[in-house]
Write a protein that binds this ligand. Sequence first.
Ligand code: AMP
Ligand code: ZN
Length: 117
Amino acid sequence: MADCIFCKIAKKEIPAETLFESDNIIAFKDANPIAPVHVLVIPKKHIKSVAELHEEDAGLMGEIILSAKKIAEDLEISQNGYKLLIRVGKYGGQEVDHLHLHLIGGAPLSEEIQPIS
Ligand code: AMP
Ligand code: ZN
């Protein structure tokens, strides 16, 4: 995707503070962090959202979650806990249309979703 900002980060066409990289994924600091630790983990290949995943992407998604776990350990936020978040589409609040997992932690986190009644 020529105009996708996360594809450009994956291809090093625009800078990001990269924490981890493999053949398939890259993890970098969120530009507008909402907590002391706020990292995005993305597949290098363009997948628009979870809604566009296929069976063959199961291993890739496993790698994304396990890399978030490893980064949380490396940054020493694992013991106190953290949040993993994937927004999907319009109602999910997804703003960048390239699948990404948020790793958020380093402080107590408030819930952003309230009960409906
Ligand atoms: P979402 O609302 O789940 O789509 O989250 C998109 C996230 O991408 C937001 O937290 C933004 O702060 C972050 N973001 C957007 N552009 C960049 C960028 N160039 N580098 C790092 N993070 C970015
Ligand atoms: Zn992309």
